[in-house]
Ligand binder design. Structure first.
Ligand code: NAD
Length: 267
């Protein structure tokens, strides 16, 4: 059987970019996947793409609308996993956005939006999921897609980076609290995933390119050349780390953050 056969996953923000790559990989490894996103049409399109070729597409992936800042919609996404697939084993807190603003540019509304989506959103998702994981008594995995910025300072990104640091501490706190139920909680710190990222395409790329003084179309190459491995990081590289974290080979790893940045944080 495939390594994740009979596992049921919920991935937030999975209609695009890194989340979509994670949902694709988990499904390819045998998991049933709930793709939860603000954008229902894109979530359903991603589910259809991932399920293409399967005799029963609805058995592979479904797309649901869920704003992670909304407690009711988060519960509905968890319920969708229970109702459609009969359980929940893997949860990936991936939904996010970046306003990429300096301290003086950041409004209270900007601060609240960043923290609502990433700090409060992942708290709501983890809490709703943890209730199920504890009741099922089968263990499970909660994975946060945090960021290199949770640890390292970068320019013009205060609200984003602060909320990523909040997520990193949620990882440690939940690893401590949920360990006795066999639930592992880990984080991944990506950096420079330009290709496929809605965050980069939606304005962050242009701002970052301006900060670094490179043309926007060269940004992927720019990020690659400052890494130790001289490699561009792709959404699939982050998805690979998620897959490894939830295989039985890493059954004794919790409270950890794995960098997926081609070595930039170590440089
Ligand atoms: P993306 O824009 O392609 O994906 C983000 C997804 O989250 C989108 O589909 C969006 O609709 C969804 N989303 C936004 N707000 C939401 C909400 N309130 N409720 C539900 N869904 C919501 O961007 P991406 O680059 O793939 O980013 C995915 C995650 O990876 C984010 O948490 C981001 O901070 C993190 N990350 C990205 C990079 C990078 O280099 N791209 C680096 C470090 C961390």
């Amino acid at each position: 059987p495939k390594p994740l056969a009979s596992r049921i996953a919920l991935v937030t923000g999975a209609a695009s970019g890194i989340g979509k790559a994670i949902a694709t990989r988990l499904a390819a490894e045998g998991a049933c996947v709930v793709i939860a996103d603000l954008d229902l049409e894109k979530a359903q399109a991603a589910a259809a793409e991932i399920s293409a070729g399967s005799p029963n597409p609805g058995d592979v992936a479904i797309g649901v609308q869920a704003n992670v800042t909304d407690e009711t919609q988060v519960q509905q996404a968890v319920d969708a996993a229970l109702l459609t697939f009969g359980g929940l084993d893997l949860v990936v807190n991936n939904a996010g956005l970046s306003l990429s603003k300096s301290l003086l540019e950041t409004t209270v509304a900007d601060w609240d939006l960043q923290h609502n989506v990433m700090a409060k959103g992942s708290f709501l998702v983890s809490r709703a999921a943890a209730k199920v994981l504890i009741d099922q008594k089968l263990g499970g995995d909660i994975i946060y897609i945090s960021s290199k910025n949770s640890v390292f300072a970068g320019p013009n990104n205060i609200a984003y980076s602060a909320t990523k640091a909040d997520q990193a501490h949620q990882v440690r706190l939940l690893a401590a609290e949920l360990g006795e139920y066999g639930v592992k909680v880990n984080g991944i710190n990506p950096d420079g995933v330009v290709r496929g990222s809605g965050i980069f395409a939606g304005g962050w790329g242009a701002k970052r390119a301006a900060v670094y003084g490179v043309p926007e179309e060269e940004l992927g190459k720019y990020y690659a050349q400052r890494t130790l491995l001289k490699r561009e990081v792709l959404p699939e590289n982050v998805a690979n780390a998620v897959f490894v974290l939830c295989t039985s080979d890493l059954s004794h790893t919790t409270g950890l953050h794995i960098p997926v940045d081609a070595g930039v944080a170590a440089a």
